[in-house]
Design a protein around this ligand. Structure first.
Ligand SMILES: [Fe+2]
Ligand SMILES: [Fe+2]
Length: 437
């Protein structure tokens, strides 16, 4: 039997081409966003075209946030594209997530300085709307939660878990949904099948700072990770944070589960993955959309996505910082910062703006494979800055460390975020319990 391969595409956030998308109202919204919205038709068409050209891999998994904000017409436009992929022989398995429905009339289009309401997609219509993409023909279905198990090949099953939870504060699996999932895992194993999962929300916090951000993972992630790993699930694909990350969790019983989170299809770093399951291993490779047909002001697709990401961070900084601090930051080089804190900075980085380095740190967390490991000038500089700040950080460690263990050593916390020794967020080979029949 041949190896099984599939693509992983997520957070497509399609905004239908029929909608108005220009003027101040759109720009005000867009500047706050990592993802490109107006551009989605062109980006998605280019990305799907790249995937369609690969004749060897015919399975595509999509773990949610299919459309921008629950617009009905966006689902119509997105589904048309899925049917087109089917014509190329692709089989698509998807779940929906919180951006795919609208319960409070939020969907809009943009014209000049106005937001114009458009028809929304009710959550309870999603399953039937997307029935041809995993639900119908499933080995088992948990209708209430819109979850299912699909047979991908002779020996491999997909556990597709919707994690909308209560659609408010709780993101995760309901109790009876978890019972069903555990039954399905057990059933697969007893029938000699390998089973892996996908959810929209990350199962695991993918960077130390993500421990502190409630929206960055399932609400009760640790309990869920323990339960699933101890049931023998060792691989889960996720999205939502628009970041590239591969994260492990090992339970007290020694069972490991790996969360492979994929970046958004339509925002920096703009990524999708191809996974090949072979005997005992999942080989994961990441790709980006090389180009798309849009006026990018002379930028390449990669530069365009990065520009959008940086613009979002600058906007956030603008929101938070008082004016004098902003003025200072716009001029503060790494050399000056070193002088202020009484240390010499490596020549190769002295003229960089401290602000730009900060933006890059944040961007790298989302892009994955953070490069500033020990012995790089940036790492050494950061490590000196942190040492100088000890009088302050030691107080924070004492005050917050007990409640948030990741903050009990702030130096380690920060340094682990800027440099990743493993470098496997894009490409990785994971050991899994799949035995090819
Ligand atoms: Fe998303
Ligand atoms: Fe999301």
């Amino acid at each position: 039997m041949e190896n099984l391969s599939f693509y992983l595409v997520t957070d497509t956030h399609y905004f239908d081409s029929s909608f108005k998308r220009s003027g101040k109202a759109y720009e005000d919204r867009s500047v706050t966003d990592q993802k490109c919205v107006a551009e989605t038709p062109e980006i998605i068409d280019a990305g799907f075209e790249q995937i369609a050209q690969d004749k060897d891999t015919n399975i595509i998994l999509i773990p949610g946030d299919l459309v921008y904000r629950g617009e009905y017409q966006s689902h119509v436009g997105f589904r048309e594209r899925l049917y087109k992929l089917q014509e190329y022989g692709k089989k698509i398995y998807l779940i929906t997530a919180r951006h795919d429905y609208c319960e409070d009339g939020e969907p809009v289009e943009f014209e000049d300085d106005r937001l114009i309401r458009v028809k929304g997609m009710p959550r309870d219509e999603l399953r039937d709307f997307y029935k041809d993409f995993g639900f119908e023909g499933a080995v088992s279905e948990h209708r209430e939660s819109m979850s299912y198990v699909a047979q991908l090949s002779d020996g491999v099953r997909l556990l597709a878990l919707n994690c909308d939870g209560d659609c408010k504060d709780f993101k995760g699996l309901w109790e009876n949904q978890m019972d069903w999932a555990l039954e399905q895992i057990q059933k697969a194993h007893s029938e000699g099948q390998y089973i892996f999962a996908m959810t929209h929300y990350p199962l695991l916090p993918f960077s130390p700072i993500m421990n502190l951000i409630g929206d960055a993972h399932l609400t009760d992630w640790e309990k869920t990770a323990q339960t699933l790993a101890d049931a023998g699930l060792d691989l889960i694909f996720t999205g939502h944070m628009h970041a590239q990350a591969v994260t492990d969790y090992t339970t007290e019983n020694g069972n490991k589960i790996t969360d492979v989170q994929t970046g958004s299809f339509v925002g920096c770093p703009c990524a999708y993955r191809k996974v090949i399951l072979s005997n005992g291993a999942a080989e994961i490779k990441s790709y980006t959309i090389n180009d798309f047909d849009y006026d990018k002001n002379g930028k390449t697709a990669k530069e365009y996505f990065e520009w959008r990401f940086n613009r979002m961070i600058e906007w956030k900084m603008d929101e938070i910082l008082p004016k004098p601090a902003k003025k200072l930051l716009n001029k503060l080089t790494v050399k000056k910062l070193g002088r202020l804190l009484f240390f010499k900075v490596d020549k190769s980085i002295e003229n960089k703006l401290a602000k730009d380095v900060g933006i890059e740190f944040v961007r790298n967390i989302f892009v994955g494979n953070e490069p500033y490991v020990k012995d790089t000038p940036i790492y050494e500089t950061m490590s000196k800055i942190l040492k100088r700040l000890h009088p302050v950080t030691h107080i924070i460690e004492k005050k917050t460390g007990a409640k948030n263990p990741v903050l009990s050593d702030i130096d380690a916390f920060i340094l682990s975020m800027i440099g990743d020794e493993k470098q496997r967020d894009w490409d990785a080979v994971l050991k899994i319990n799949y035995i090819r029949k």
